[in-house]
Design a protein around this ligand. Structure first.
Ligand SMILES: [Fe+2]
Length: 470
């Protein structure tokens, strides 16, 4: 274990002080947590000391003890702005992480390095690559161009044999046979990185509840004040019969997956739909209502595409000047988008969900009415936002924050303004809709929002109850 940790840091250009190495070894640190440490280290650091990792170790000590624990925050991700290097590194990181999963699942002779395929004898082989092109033949078959760090190779999917929905820029494994000339791989099986079939989610040891919401959009004239007020009253234990009040008393966490306010200048002519035209005032009003929630409930806030942070993925935490507005609820934490938090031992991956727009367009059968099905596609691909060049701008960073490296117990998204709850291979997926009615923009797209819902999650049983405040 010690050697693996030291080698991992060395690969990234850092030496590890022996005391720091010992602490990390004792903590049984996981790969994803090492990535978080590396992202937080200043470039000028040569030797990583115990002081450099102290905040991470404190967090590790809290694991499983019934406390909130931020497992992944991408706010301080190292960004490379020189030329295209950052984008290249980001995609290499995606390929490396996902191909590591896939290589282990190929059950035929695996060829590592696409440029080496042509030198192989004819026979069954398995390869892993990122999908760089998808074309249809005249006969309706599909030709994929797979790419890795060494080169590209074409793969044929016969229409009557394979009908998997493949999308651009995802990393897949292919098993099949080479043609006689060795210039084309005829696919027999497609493998997705996917959630392992033996995945078992964590459960809280004692009964406690988390409430998951998103897309409040305060400031827009379609914001449903009445529903929101009811929700706040319920969180205060003041609404509903004995059962509802009893449930609200067990709530320990409120997680908000972005679009806390409607923002300003997010889309053309937005000012015509705003009732609060000052951005800080929008946040001040949300903060004021959240401050009425009892302080034993931890509030966790991630940003979305309407919030006052950069649009490119990953989005950092809300800036300091906005965080200060929430100071009256002393138990409020801010995280990035995406982020992973641990609540009473249950990991929750929070992603606002701009990629829904691209995935719904790219995969037949998906729709805004069933956001849970879109989230399952993310899990299959082990990526929150696989398609590049669509609706999701990205930053040129050294790691790809969209990779679902560690399978979460719960995936919590928003953005679609529609409600969906599902379970896939043990992972619970939740989208709790919005707090605003239908906008003009949604009318044009024929999207019917589902406002005034909050997902009440029992962290012990992982049962989800969608509460309605209308
Ligand atoms: Fe939204």
């Amino acid at each position: 274990m010690l050697e693996v940790i030291v080698e991992r840091f060395a690969r990234e250009g850092y030496q590890l002080h022996p005391d720091a190495a010992r602490i990390l070894c004792e903590e049984q640190i996981e790969d994803g947590q090492i990535t978080n440490i590396l992202n937080s280290i200043d470039d000028s650091t040569l030797v990583i000391t115990p002081k450099d990792i102290s905040s991470f170790c404190e967090r590790f000590e809290q694991r499983g003890t019934g406390l909130f624990n931020p497992l992944m925050d991408t706010s301080n991700l190292r960004i490379v702005t020189e030329g295209g290097e950052g984008f290249v590194r980001r995609f290499c990181d995606r390929y490396e992480k996902l191909s590591r999963i896939l290589q282990g699942r190929l059950n035929v002779r695996s060829i590592k390095g696409l440029e080496r395929i042509k030198k192989q004898n004819v026979g069954k082989i398995g390869i892993v690559g990122m999908v760089s092109e998808i074309n249809k033949t005249q006969n309706g078959h599909t030709i994929l161009d797979l790419e890795d760090m060494t080169g590209r190779f074409p793969v044929l999917l016969l229409k009557d044999k394979l009908n998997e929905n493949i999308i651009l820029d995802e990393v897949i494994g292919v098993q099949g046979s080479l043609t006689k000339e060795g210039e084309l791989l005829v696919a027999e099986k497609i493998l997705f990185p996917d959630v392992p079939s033996n995945f078992r989610p964590n459960h809280a040891q004692e009964e406690s509840f988390a409430v998951l919401i998103s897309d409040i959009h305060l400031g827009n004239l379609t914001f449903i004040d009445k529903a929101w007020e009811k929700f706040i009253s319920w969180m205060r234990g003041e609404l509903g019969g004995p059962r509802e009040v009893k449930a609200s008393r067990k709530v320990r966490y409120l997680v908000i997956a972005g679009d806390v306010v409607d923002g300003i200048g997010v889309y053309p002519n937005q000012e015509e739909e705003l009732v609060v035209t000052d951005l800080m005032e929008q946040y001040r009003m949300v903060a004021e209502s959240l401050a009425r929630i009892p302080e034993h409930i931890k509030i966790i806030i991630a940003p979305g595409n309407h919030d006052a942070v950069r649009q490119a993925d990953p989005q950092p935490q809300l800036p300091e000047r906005i965080q200060r507005l929430f100071k009256d609820h002393k138990n409020t934490a801010f995280v990035s988008n995406p982020a992973i938090v641990e609540l009473d031992g249950v990991s929750v991956m929070i992603y606002h969900g701009q990629s829904f727009d691209d995935l719904i367009m790219a995969i037949p059968g998906l729709s805004y009415d069933h956001p849970d099905e879109v989230m399952i596609e993310m899990l299959k691909r082990r990526h929150l936002s696989p398609i590049y060049g669509g609706k999701v701008p990205i930053v040129p960073a050294v790691i790809d924050s969209g990779v679902i490296e560690r399978v979460p117990d719960i995936l919590h998204c928003g953005h679609t303004h529609t409600v969906g709850v599902g379970r896939y291979r043990g992972v619970t997926v939740i989208n709790a809709g919005t707090w605003q009615g239908q906008t003009e923009y949604q009318k044009k797209l024929n999207i019917t929002p589902v406002p005034g819902c909050a997902a009440l999650v029992n962290l012990k049983s992982l049962d989800v109850n969608m509460l309605k405040f209308r």
